[in-house]
Design a protein around this ligand. Structure first.
Ligand code: AVJ
Ligand code: FE
Length: 437
């Protein structure tokens, strides 16, 4: 077992590594002038310094107070960094801690967090232990995944800001030529297991419990939809034809004036895009990103297909933690963790294929699915209802698989993300599916 859940001493070492890794990441994304950090770059997003203090406050709430039993370090700041009390658009008007003070607060919390980890009874971390916040070091999985999710949100904020300084130098594998028509893969009908079981102790409440589902046979695209394919939809008048659009999507699209993926601009006969402040030609062979659910759904209709349900997406992964098995992602299997601030070309990860042969399910772009964000049978909120439960219903669509900006510990076959169907600043694309007949 690569994660050694059964050896609390190795588990503690792994937790220290995860804590250090995520904090390095947060500090890298906020290693900028105070002005960039305190400004609001879009009403959809928080000032970066809010995200930074919020992840520290969350760590304090869950590790120091809920598990460690400590008193608040700074009781007056809890309200400011409570995502439910403070809507994003109002966050710049709050009496936020300035960047320097925020970093000192994070350091103070983190030192005590390491003390709590150090003092934790290894027996209590065993998978059959009585306190679910300690089982498998769950609370540390909670805070590190939370911080990684906010780091991805910070990247979306930075992309909106046009800030140029944060594109890493790392490389990506090259793609494979797939021809103009994306090949589809047939998934036979039958029962499969959906959701996370005991083998994923860091899975969120919304991924539980593992349960059996039956799906009729279906076809799913081998790859995500590329920029080139999406441009064909555009050139074919896709944005001008109500036949392809959900009525609410059509209304949203006409009212907002959206005519292309976010960050695209006309450049003579072709399209360019702005990526972290740099203008470049839209690469045809890269998965399309920054499209809303409505645009994804319209493309699928135009192509004579539909978006997959999240069950279809999950079944296409096969039965392990990842499409390739239970080992954590390697650089040859998926594009995760912001190696190059972009998706990899279509076909770049044959070694990341699922047993059915479906590729690039993990990493590159979040994939919109046809499904609303709803609880699984037997859902129980843990450890708090504001992570998942308050979002259940027919407002949010589920996204799967993680993007190039997602850290490997914050995505797996069963991981569920969700957002409003009009959202485009997230690193989201899609693939299509269709029923057997
Ligand atoms: C799961 C990405 C929708 O960012 O709103 C962060 C994650 N929850 N803090 C979000 C989250 C609490 C959440 N998403
Ligand atoms: Fe949060």
């Amino acid at each position: 077992d690569p994660y050694s859940w059964d050896d609390p001493h190795r588990l503690k070492e792994r937790i220290v590594t995860e804590l250090v890794t995520v904090r390095e990441r947060s500090l890298t994304y906020t290693d900028a002038d105070d002005d960039l950090l305190v400004r609001q770059h879009s009403p959809l997003m928080s000032p970066l310094v809010w995200d930074l203090a919020h992840v520290g406050n969350y760590e304090e709430l869950w590790v120091l107070r809920a598990v460690g039993g400590m008193a608040p370090l700074r009781p007056e700041i809890d309200d400011i960094y409570d995502a439910f009390k403070q809507p994003r658009r109002d966050r710049p008007t709050l009496p936020l801690l300035p960047p320097g003070e925020t970093r000192r607060y994070l350091c103070g919390v983190r030192g005590r967090v390491l003390d709590v980890l150090d003092g934790m009874d290894p027996e209590a971390m065993r998978l059959d232990g009585p306190d679910p916040l300690r089982v498998g070091g769950y609370v540390f999985g909670l805070v590190t995944q939370h911080e990684h999710q906010h780091d991805e949100t910070m990247l979306a904020t930075l992309q909106l800001s046009g800030h140029p300084g944060l594109v890493p130098e790392g490389g990506l594998p090259t793609g494979r030529s797939i021809g103009p028509v994306a090949p589809e893969i047939h998934i036979p009908g039958g029962i499969f297991t959906m959701g996370a079981g005991a083998a994923s102790p860091w899975a969120y409440d919304n991924e539980r419990v593992a349960h059996r589902r039956h799906l009729p046979g279906y076809w799913i695209d081998r790859y995500p939809v590329s920029n080139g394919a999406f441009a064909t939809f555009m050139a074919d008048g896709g944005y001008d034809d109500p036949r392809w659009w959900n009525p609410r999507g059509w209304e949203w699209m006409r009212r907002s004036g959206v005519r292309a993926p976010l960050f695209w601009a006309r450049d003579g006969d072709t399209w360019s895009r702005t990526r972290f402040g740099r203008v470049e030609p839209v690469p045809e062979d890269e998965p399309v990103q920054h499209v809303s659910w409505y645009e994804a759904d319209a493309y699928a209709c135009w192509a004579g297909k539909r978006l997959p349900t999240e069950a279809e997406w999950e079944k296409a992964c096969g039965g392990h933690a990842y499409p390739w098995g239970d080992r954590p992602p390697s650089v040859g299997q998926a594009n995760l963790g912001n190696r190059a601030a972009r998706p990899a070309p279509i076909g770049a990860f044959p070694r990341g294929a699922s047993p059915y042969g479906v590729e690039q399910l993990i990493g590159d772009v979040w994939e919109w699915t046809d499904s609303w964000f709803l609880p699984y049978p037997g859902y129980r909120s843990f450890p708090y209802s504001e992570y998942s439960e308050v979002f259940f219903g027919e407002s949010y669509r589920v996204l799967r698989g993680g993007s190039w900006a997602t850290h490997p510990t914050a995505v797996r076959r069963t991981f569920r993300n969700w957002d409003y169907p009009i959202r485009r600043q997230i690193f989201a694309g899609f693939r299509c599916a269709r029923s057997e007949v």
